[in-house]
Design a protein around this ligand. Structure first.
Ligand code: ASP
Length: 609
């Protein structure tokens, strides 16, 4: 609970009768004892005011000129972040502070005990601190004293509680699965733990409890969930941590529709209970449409600006249609392109040349990778002025305007390339950038949808083979099973993601529950029967003992909390996060082991030269 708004009355303890967040004018005259940290001290000659903070809020302590000398001396000794216990009478304040819930009262202190002293903190413990990221992480326990950081953890707690409440109401059982397991195939690198008792052998930390939850379905648990730590040894980005938390779920005797309805219900419950928002029914978009219209499998649908294909000679598997070029031959870049796509930016024709140059630089950055940007402005009289005027006549440009449904004042941005998917991804970046510049990505608005019908496989350039897009236990759509032999790349899966504001918050699939089909999928993925046996023999054996049809999904709790809190990074909603190099700078982990420990584990460390 946010102690500032919602009053929880906690049971008095030996150190306090009230918290620093609960006293109001109605309490005036009461004698109370508070305990907390000194937030700030104001000396006004004979008067001293101290702001005392605990998890629940801040209350002003007052020491007046009539206070006994020893009390005044104690008050004079106080420093920031000292831990104190103060007893006194609640009185009405002369100058009230309307910004805090306790702002109408103060405590006229008659007894003060310093419970602990504090060094001067290395940064100010205020909403707007002077501490940089590194410093705050090193002293995270001080950073967490800041109300804005603490509130994220309170929100996280609330979300977790509401998840449990909803799933319990749907008869899900919370079951723990082991952390010391074998490699699980979610496609990232494993963190491994050496076994002392089995020298030369290693456990892997779970990338997710995927196979274990499927075994729980074979075991007849019917509905399982777990709020569980997962571990993936990947290069880190703002929304990734090496250890993260999933709301992991699995159900038996369900099809895709059942899973979608159950978890749409959970998301509705969370939005209602935690944010007081009534989520409309979640729209569904096929993966093929998401790629075609947004260039992403996690489209940010807070705003439109859908792609219009002006040429596509490389159609995706789902649509199989080619689109002829709107542009007659003449401009080599467009002539040679396999794909030309455009977005319409409403009212942006007034963009300056400089802004357009910046956008061109933006799309040419290596992270985006486009070769250039073509633009066209629709003038007030409806005519079009573009950066490719010298190649095309007014008729072509008018056709462009009409195809884009552009009105006077609109700006059209066009990208082209020799690979449709790659160019769409670039156009996606441009769309998001324009959405941000145009203020269309308001963090307080939520647009939530399901993306469904993912392909089973994606081609990996690195591995030079088809890889499971979700994971190898995902069931193909029954009607696409015959394609496994002829055209595996076009097989669609019963897999789905939930996307909120362009963030994939969860994803899952209906699983394969027949050993034969599972074997076949392993084959398509390039496993020999021996390899499949070695890695997943336990699962395939289990499937021979009556595995029920089942499916599920997992939500990323960290991402969900950061979305609910409107944060840019998941780090801010994790109590003790790791930095970009995977280090915990507070604990200084990871660290080297003592030689004796290494001996015990029969490990010799050879560092690269
Ligand atoms: N195990 C999957 C993941 O971690 C989720 C699922 O398919 O249930 O993404």
């Amino acid at each position: 609970m946010n102690g500032q708004e919602n009053q929880t009355i906690i049971i008095p303890t030996m150190y306090r009768t009230k918290t620093c967040g609960e006293l109001r004018l109605a309490n005036a005259g009461e004698r109370v004892t508070l305990a907390g940290w000194v937030q700030s001290i104001h000396n006004l000659g004979a008067l001293t005011f101290v702001d005392l903070r605990d998890r629940y809020g801040v209350t002003q302590l007052a020491f007046n000129e009539d206070a006994p000398e020893d009390l005044r001396q104690k008050a004079a000794r106080l420093g920031r972040e000292y831990v104190v216990q103060a007893t006194g009478r609640v009185i009405e304040r002369h100058s009230k502070n309307p910004n805090i819930p306790t702002g109408e009262i103060e405590i006229l202190v008659d007894r003060l005990d310093i419970l602990n002293e504090s060094l001067v903190p290395p940064f100010t413990i205020e909403e707007h601190t002077d501490g940089g990221d590194d410093l705050r992480m090193k002293y995270r326990y001080l950073d967490l004293r800041r109300a804005c950081v603490r509130r994220n953890l309170e929100l996280r707690h609330r979300l977790a509680i509401e998840v449990r409440r909803y799933l319990d109401g749907q008869d899900f059982l919370e079951i723990e699965t082991p952390v010391l397991v074998n490699s699980t195939p979610e496609g990232a690198r494993d963190f491994v733990v050496p076994s002392r008792m089995n020298k030369g052998q290693f456990y892997a930390l779970p990338q997710s409890p995927q196979t274990l939850k499927q075994l729980l379905m074979v075991a007849g648990m019917d509905r399982y969930f777990q709020i569980v730590k997962c571990f993936r040894d990947e290069d880190l980005r703002a929304d990734r941590q090496p250890e993260f938390t999933q709301i992991d779920c699995e159900m038996s005797f369900v099809g895709q529709e059942d899973v979608l309805r159950t978890f749409e219900g959970m998301m509705r419950h969370l939005f209602q209970a935690v944010k007081g928002i009534d989520l409309p029914e979640l729209p569904r978009m096929t993966w093929a449409d998401a790629m075609k219209y947004y260039g992403s499998d996690k489209p940010d649908t807070r705003f439109g600006m859908r792609f219009v294909e002006l040429k596509n000679h490389q159609p995706d598997n789902a649509s199989r249609q080619t689109v002829d070029s709107l542009f007659p031959a003449g401009f080599q870049v467009f002539d040679q392109a396999a794909y030309i796509g455009a977005i319409r930016c409403e009212g942006q024709a007034s963009c300056t040349r400089k802004q357009l140059d910046q956008l061109t630089d933006f799309v040419k950055r290596p992270q985006v990778g486009a070769r250039g940007l073509v633009y066209a402005r629709v003038q007030q009289d409806g005519t079009v002025r573009s950066s490719v005027d010298k190649f095309y006549g007014p008729d072509t440009l008018a056709q462009l305007r009409d195809r884009m449904q552009a009105r006077p004042g609109d700006l059209i941005l066009i990208l082209s390339g020799d690979d449709a998917m790659r160019t769409r991804r670039q156009l996606c970046e441009l769309r998001l950038e324009m959405g941000t510049r145009m203020g269309l990505r308001d963090k307080g608005r939520y647009s939530c949808l399901w993306v469904i019908d993912f392909p089973m496989y994606e081609w990996s350039d690195e591995e030079q083979r088809l890889m499971a897009m979700h994971h190898p236990f995902t069931s193909p759509k029954p009607e696409d099973i015959p394609l496994l032999d002829t055209d595996p790349a076009s097989v669609r899966a019963n897999a789905y993601d939930m996307v909120i504001n362009g963030v994939e918050v969860g994803g899952g699939s209906i699983r394969i529950h027949e050993a034969g089909l599972q074997q076949k999928i392993f084959e398509v993925l390039g496993f020999t029967p021996q390899q499949a046996r070695r890695k997943f023999g336990f699962l395939m054996d289990a499937f021979k003992y009556g595995a029920p049809p089942h499916g599920g999904l997992a939500f990323g709790l960290d991402r969900l909390v950061s979305l609910f809190a409107g944060l840019d990074s998941i780090r801010d909603c994790i109590a003790f996060p790791k930095n970009n190099s995977g280090r915990d700078v507070m604990l200084d982990a990871p660290g080297a082991l003592e030689p004796s420990q290494l001996d015990e584990l029969a490990i010799s460390v050879r560092l690269p030269q």
